[in-house]
Design a protein around this ligand. Structure first.
Ligand SMILES: C[S@@+](CC[C@H](N)C(=O)[O-])C[C@H]1O[C@@H](n2cnc3c(N)ncnc32)[C@H](O)[C@@H]1O
Length: 349
């Protein structure tokens, strides 16, 4: 059992960039080494510092790109698609018309709550405080605040999204229920155990450090709180596989470049991470078949006169995103991209 845990632990560490056990040796052990080893140790420390500086620069560049993409594209999206910037949930094999999509996006929220067994009726059990991590222009925040009569705080990297989310909240008479700020999901400006629902709708795919991401979700969750992550994943790897196939990586890389995404992980990876944090009642599902009509519909609206003129006015980052939308369809068709929901509960004690 212990060897199984340690193999699993080192797999997680390698995959998610955590220090390996040799990198985490205690100072006492290092001090006992002969001098030559200590010089080598210094070189290793310098190399590690250089690597972490490089990684920090990469993360900063990624996050600047994400902020600029959403600053640029959120107005266009709202104009054409409304205030929910996420997939819709449809009956499998349903024939849908363009007017069905807003209700499919609301259905996505409702299905996620149902999957996580969040009751709407029992007033004692409904969430009173909610964090919306990667809130976009606040569609989920306002919906959840209204549904539960809860206080909801949203965070996003995009200052434009914060302004839009606040303006929409004021317009809808929800200014005292919801608030928004620019903040990093990997370093949230909240105290431990603050929220009894932690919600992340299609933001996890932007997170460069999935371990830090789920650790922060768990940290801000109150004891007994639900955590719901709805996100893009790649397919689970077969036991014989170490990584995706080169052609698959090539396809995902093109999507990453256009949508400002770091490396992808699988839903099984998320489950491993949540387990490693001792979270309870972990459940995951693949909803790819229920989101199939989404990207064809987005492409269809982009090709209308309104869509094309809005795109041309928006900017290069938005156009670049639009150009890779067919690759999302290809990824789903090839069973490479998975639309995943992963949920768990923070233990009471
Ligand atoms: C596809 S949008 C989803 C928006 C919203 N959840 C919805 O469903 O309408 C992705 C969101 O994740 C946010 N995001 C990405 N990385 C983030 C980070 N490190 N910290 C906070 N927000 C982040 C983006 O700013 C954007 O608001």
């Amino acid at each position: 059992m212990s060897s199984l845990l340690s193999t699993w632990g080192s797999r997680l560490r390698l995959r998610f960039g955590l220090p390996t056990s040799s990198e985490r040796q205690s100072p006492a052990v290092v001090a006992e080494r002969p001098l030559r080893a200590s010089a080598r140790g210094t070189r290793t420390t310098v190399a590690r510092a250089a690597r972490s500086t490089r990684e920090e620069v990469e993360v900063e560049r990624l996050q600047r790109g994400i902020a600029e993409l959403y600053d640029e594209s959120s107005g266009v999206w709202e104009d054409i698609w409304g205030d929910h910037m996420h997939h819709g949930f449809y009956d499998s094999n349903a024939v849908v018309s363009l007017s069905d999509h807003r209700s499919a996006q609301i259905r996505m929220i409702e299905e996620a709550l149902r999957f996580a067994s969040l009751p709407a009726e029992d007033k004692l059990k409904t969430p009173r405080t909610i964090v919306d991590v990667g809130c976009g222009i606040g569609g989920s925040s306002r919906y959840l605040a209204r549904k539960y009569g809860a206080q909801c705080q949203g965070i996003t990297l995009s200052p434009v999204q914060v302004q839009m989310a606040q303006a929409l909240a004021a317009e809808q008479g929800l200014a005292d229920k919801v608030s928004f700020q620019v903040a990093d999901a990997l370093n949230q400006p909240f105290s431990d155990g603050q929220f009894d629902l932690v919600w992340s709708m299609e933001s996890g795919e932007h997170m460069p450090d999935k371990m830090k991401f789920v650790s922060e979700l768990a940290r801000v969750a109150a004891p007994g709180a639900r955590i719901i992550i709805v996100t893009w994943c790649h397919r689970d790897l077969a036991p014989s596989e170490e990584s995706l196939r080169p052609k698959e990586k090539e396809l995902l890389n093109k999507i990453c470049n256009a949508f400002y995404l770091p490396d992808w992980c699988s839903s099984a990876d998320y489950v491993d991470l949540l387990r490693s944090l001792s979270l309870e009642d972990i459940k995951a599902a693949d909803w790819s078949e229920y989101v199939a009509p989404f990207w064809p519909a987005v492409i269809k609206t982009a090709l209308t006169w309104k869509g094309l003129t809005s795109l041309l006015r928006s900017g290069w980052k938005t156009i670049k995103g639009a150009l890779v939308m067919p690759l999302m369809i290809e990824g789903y068709k090839k069973d490479l991209i998975k639309f995943s929901i992963i949920t768990c509960r923070k233990p009471e004690k």
